[in-house]
Write a protein that binds this ligand. Structure first.
Ligand code: SF4
Ligand code: SF4
Length: 199
C-alpha cells in the first residue's frame, strides 16, 4: 500500500516538475504581438517593433557615396549600384558634409530576392542604408518589389555624362600639351652633337 501511494506521489511530482515552466509563463507578461489584431507600430494599442527587427530597407541617397560596399556584401545580388564620376566643382557635398566623388545614377534593391540578412547595413561607411519599420509591402506583381532609390532623371544623367566626357577630353588635351612642351624643353636643353673631326 505504501509503495502504491508513493508511486502516485511520484507521478504527481514528476508532472509538477514538467509543468513548472508552463506555470511560470502563465503569470509572466505576454510578449507575443497579436498581429494583425494589434499592430506593432500602432501607438494606440499595439506594442513596439522588436529591436533589430528586419524589415524593408531604405537608402538615403543624400548620404550614399556610391562605394558599392553594400552590393558587394549582398549574398543574393539584389542591390544594383551604377555611378558616374563627378566633375570637380559640379556637385554639392553629401548630407554629412563629405565630398561627393560619384553621382549615383542608379540604385535599386530587388526585395523579391532580398533575404533580410542585414549584411548590407554594416559595410556602409556613411550609414546611408538602414532597416526601416516598414514590413507590410506585399505586392501581387513581383516587379513592384524592385525599389529604385536614385532620384536622377535620364536627362540629368545625360547632362552629367556629357560634362564628364568634355572634362576628360579637356584634361587629356592639356596633359598632351604639357607633355609635348616638356619634351621640347628637354630637347632644347640637350647638348648639341659636335661637328667636324672632333679635334
Ligand atoms: S538584407 Fe541581405 S539580401 Fe537584403 S539587400 Fe541587404 S545584404 Fe542583400
Ligand atoms: S555602402 Fe552605403 S554609401 Fe556605399 S553604395 Fe551602399 S548605401 Fe551607398
Amino acid at each position: 500500500m505504501k509503495k502504491y501511494l508513493n508511486n502516485i506521489w511520484l507521478g504527481i511530482y514528476t508532472v509538477l516538475i514538467g509543468m513548472k515552466i508552463t506555470f511560470v509563463h502563465l503569470f509572466a507578461k505576454n510578449v507575443t504581438v497579436q498581429y494583425p489584431n494589434k499592430h506593432p507600430l500602432d501607438k494606440a494599442g499595439g506594442d513596439k517593433m522588436p529591436m533589430n527587427a528586419r524589415n524593408r530597407i531604405f537608402n538615403d541617397m543624400e548620404l550614399c557615396n556610391g562605394c558599392n560596399g553594400c552590393a558587394r556584401a549582398c549574398p543574393v545580388n539584389c542591390i544594383t549600384v551604377e555611378t558616374l564620376k563627378v566633375v570637380p566643382g559640379d556637385a554639392p557635398p553629401l548630407k554629412n558634409g563629405e565630398k561627393r566623388g560619384l553621382w549615383v545614377t542608379n540604385y535599386t534593391i530587388d526585395f523579391a530576392k532580398c533575404c533580410f540578412c542585414g549584411l548590407c547595413i554594416d559595410p556602409c561607411p556613411t550609414e546611408a542604408i538602414k532597416m526601416t519599420t516598414e514590413f507590410e509591402y506585399s505586392q501581387y506583381d513581383r516587379g513592384n518589389l524592385l525599389y529604385k532609390f536614385s532620384k536622377m532623371t535620364d536627362e540629368q544623367i545625360k547632362q552629367k555624362k556629357e560634362l564628364l566626357a568634355n572634362f576628360t577630353a579637356e584634361k587629356a588635351k592639356k596633359e598632351a600639351e604639357a607633355k609635348k612642351a616638356a619634351e621640347q624643353a628637354k630637347a632644347a636643353e640637350a647638348p648639341k652633337p659636335e661637328t667636324g673631326d672632333g679635334k
